[in-house]
Design a protein around this ligand. Structure first.
Ligand SMILES: Cc1ncc(COP(=O)(O)O)c(C=O)c1O
Length: 391
């Protein structure tokens, strides 16, 4: 194996950033190292980051190849791949929170993240502060409550409010608190939170990065000393991504750039179609001129793309929303996002299920709200499917 570092663009990084080459065979696609352990004769082999390569709960060369790509894509010192997004989030909170820590999170976060933050707060005793999920309110809450750690999602789920990670990081820098950003919805193609001042960036690789609706995985990217700390947590929790999943993710990430471009373009067309539809009450998509978060998106996103998540309210209530779920044909009613197959989700029974009802209502997560993950199908076929379902 040979390693080389070069300054290249994101599309190139996602293809070549693993820096794997086998000098014996000339293979340049990382193989699946289905080996639970590695030889230890007196001395242990070291990985390129200096950790011991002896046991696949700690390090595996296929997983490591993926981590090098993730570190490059996010512009971080190093990365760790986990067996789910929640495993990455668990390790992060466990590593950062002590009994006297104050953790601030917006009240609109992925439901299981909220459940985890509350459960660990009960166990460890740290103080959990909830804030309204927009940049101004988050800044006010940070200034008044002086947390040690702030955890935000770059785009909230399911209302798709874009958070100004740069402004949050500046405020946190002034009071000495750490910023953790879940960048799952925006991907490193639209946003690199570390370059905007965050300390740790997290991903559910299950979504855009693996990108094919066939892998569950997670990752963190950060500066090298923080990755070292989290490496120990991953080792103790036993939550490393396994080599077969890492191989599939390596294969998926190669097309991340073109997938995000294509899906974002289709999503804008669909958002415009929905906005004009007589059976649609409201559309939430940060690429629409009518969307209050477009200004933030234009400021923080690196490209004039707004992602491929759209939320919308059908006119009526639960019955009308469920009717759409029952009558879509091409679009699959299912949780998750970021794959080639377009998916439609009912937030009140999936991602937002864990939120108390009055919080959900306050956030606008009503019974007629649906969330669409736009995939890679022909845009006109998706529009036809939505058209017939909305009739
Ligand atoms: C924003 C976000 N973060 C984290 C997760 C958890 O990821 P995983 O399902 O891979 O554990 C999800 C899952 O839907 C998510 O939407």
């Amino acid at each position: 194996m040979r390693w080389r570092w070069e300054e290249t663009g994101k599309a190139t990084d996602s293809i070549h950033g693993h820096m794997f080459e086998d000098e014996v065979t000339g293979a340049f696609i990382p193989p699946i190292f289905l080996s639970a352990m590695f030889e230890q004769r007196g001395e242990t082999r070291l990985t390129d980051r200096g950790t011991e390569l002896k046991y696949s709960r700690e390090e595996n060369p296929t997983t490591r190849a993926l981590e090098r790509i993730l570190a490059k894509l996010e512009g971080g010192g190093d990365a760790l791949a986990f067996n789910s997004g929640m495993a990455a989030i668990s390790a992060t909170i466990l590593a950062l929170a002590k009994h006297d820590t104050t953790l601030l999170i917006p009240m609109e976060v992925y439901g299981t993240t909220m459940e985890l933050a509350m459960t660990l707060s009960d166990k460890i005793g740290y103080k959990l502060e909830l804030a309204w999920p927009d940049t101004e309110s988050l800044i006010e809450s940070i200034e008044s409550r002086k947390p040690d750690v702030v955890f935000v999602e770059s785009m909230t789920n399911p209302m798709l409010r874009v958070i100004d990670v740069e402004e949050i990081s500046k405020t946190c820098f002034d009071i000495g608190c750490w910023v953790v950003v879940d960048n799952t919805f925006t991907t490193p193609i639209l946003l690199n939170p570390l370059k905007k001042g965050a300390l740790i960036v997290l991903h559910s690789l299950t979504k855009y990065i693996a990108g094919h609706n066939d892998v569950v995985g997670g990752a963190i990217v950060s500066i090298s000393p923080m990755v070292k700390l989290l490496w120990d947590w991953r080792r103790m929790l036993g939550s490393i991504m396994q080599p077969f999943e890492a191989y599939l993710t390596l294969r998926g990430v190669k097309t991340l750039n073109v997938r995000v471009e294509r899906a974002s373009t289709t999503a804008k067309t669909i958002a415009e179609f929905l906005e004009d539809h007589p059976r649609v009450e409201e559309v939430y998509y940060p690429g629409l001129n009518s969307n209050p978060y477009k200004r933030v998106a234009d400021k923080v996103f690196e490209r004039k793309l707004y992602g491929s998540m759209i939320s919308f309210k059908v006119k009526g209530g639960r019955d009308e929303a469920v009717k759409v779920l029952k009558t879509v044909k091409l679009i699959k009613p299912s949780p998750s996002l970021g794959g080639p197959e377009s998916l439609i989700t009912y937030p009140i029974i999936s991602a937002s299920r864990a939120l108390p009802e009055e919080v959900r209502r306050k956030l606008g997560i009503t019974e007629n709200l649906l969330r669409l993950s736009v995939g890679l199908e022909d845009p006109e076929d998706l529009i036809n499917d939505l058209s017939q379902a909305l009739q």
